[in-house]
Design a protein around this ligand. Structure first.
Ligand code: GLY
Length: 391
């Protein structure tokens, strides 16, 4: 008998003809919660954190020092926030605890992702003073990677022959520094965030408002090179990078009310939404310059969540941003992206791309796609109810 192999591309092509249903936030968050409970049950006796799927189909759980370790506990905190079910709080506390040692980790810029999504959400919801102490130490560790002569936080210690690489993703760690300034009364964290955002705005963006993934700096703060690591080419627009930039500058505006950041976020949003390669369901290909290759659900989820916040700062574009976010969340909630309960190594969403040029994590679940999906759903409900997301 002839065997038919259904490829990821064919699955998505078929999915394009499946009209997404109306968004039911309560159902989606409840379904996500069920999936998280199953993820916990499938991982007894380990403190490795759910991250993705390996090429052989088994779960790819990672050590707490991996940059995504904060998202799984963050997912549980969000579902607890939404449902108020104490079972999720217990699980969130359990999966947050192993990250405690990362407060001293000075080898990564990703402490915002790691500690703010886990301890940050936990502190916001419980006011546990221990969580606050861990975060303040973590913010100091993150700030230690800022060199005032260069004017940016160093992302990695090395990138090829370059010694001071900064990736656009780093914009996502600034929210944590704003929190630290408010918590301690020390303005230096905030100053670092503002300086980093200003230099990133100057050096990471092209004339069309897309961004480079990696900018490598000289010791005097001048630019040595503009490159990519996870995008298709140095000059291409890696989809998740555009999403990180959009989210990051939206947060910058929230925290400073400086109109330059609002304009930057709007320019990124407009680049993303008006791109001729953005598919009908509004979930981008993994790189805007690689149409018809794999989609990246994570970029769609991050963008949806960011657009919902940005809509509240953008009167003229409010409707456009909310409608685009709604479409993205509808697409992600449809069977084209959302996994069946218990499948997909118990991740909520399918079809993300981690690092295609590195031949890794291509068309897989990624825990941070789930995080921004759940966050986006919760934001969507509030936005539709006319509530402010942030004061
Ligand atoms: N921060 C790494 C990534 O977005 O894949």
């Amino acid at each position: 008998m002839k065997k038919y192999v259904i490829t990821a591309a064919a699955t998505l092509l078929m999915a394009a003809f499946t009209a997404p249903t109306a968004l039911n936030v309560r159902k989606e968050v409840t379904d996500a919660g069920r999936q998280l409970v199953l993820a916990d049950q499938a991982r007894k006796g380990t403190d490795r954190i759910p991250h993705s799927t390996k090429p052989d189909g088994s779960a790819n759980d990672r050590e707490t020092s991996w940059w995504t370790s904060g998202f799984f506990p963050g997912n549980l905190w969000y579902v607890y926030e939404y449902t108020k079910d104490p079972k999720y709080r217990k699980l969130a506390e359990k999966w947050t605890a192993p990250l405690e040692k990362e407060q001293y980790n000075t080898r990564t810029h990703d402490l915002g992702f790691m500690l703010y999504c886990s301890y940050g959400n936990g502190y916001r919801l419980t006011k546990n003073p221990k969580y606050r102490d861990i975060m303040i130490q973590g913010a100091n560790s993150l700030a230690s990677r800022f060199d005032p002569k260069v004017g940016v936080i160093k992302s990695w210690d090395k990138f090829g022959t370059y010694n001071y690489p900064v990736i656009i993703d780093n914009m996502m760690n600034l929210e944590f520094l704003f929190w630290a300034s408010k918590a301690t009364g020390d303005p230096s964290f905030r100053k670092i965030a503002v300086t980093h955002a200003d230099n990133t705005m100057k050096n990471h963006f092209r004339a069309d408002n897309s961004s480079f993934h990696v900018v490598c700096y000289n010791p005097d703060g001048s630019v040595a090179a503009q490159k990519t690591h996870q995008g298709a080419a140095d000059e291409s627009a890696w989809a998740r990078g555009q999403a990180w930039g959009l989210y990051g500058y939206t947060v910058m505006y929230r925290e400073t009310k400086d109109k330059r950041y609002l304009t930057q976020a709007q320019k990124i949003a407009d680049y993303f939404l008006s791109h001729s390669n953005l598919p009908e369901d509004k979930i981008p290909y993994w790189d805007f310059n690689r149409p018809n290759e794999e989609r990246d659900a994570s970029a769609g989820a991050i963008t949806a969540s960011a657009l919902l916040e940005l809509s509240q700062y953008s009167k003229a574009k409010q409707k456009t941003y909310v409608q685009a976010a709604e479409k993205m969340l509808q697409s992600l909630s449809s069977a084209s992206y959302k996994a069946k309960l218990g499948d997909n190594n118990q991740f909520v969403l399918q079809h993300s791309v981690g690092h295609k040029p590195g031949k890794s994590e291509i068309d897989v679940p990624l825990v941070y796609a789930d995080y921004y999906f759940i966050e986006g759903l919760m934001r969507y409900e509030k936005v539709k109810a006319g509530k402010r997301l942030f004061i």
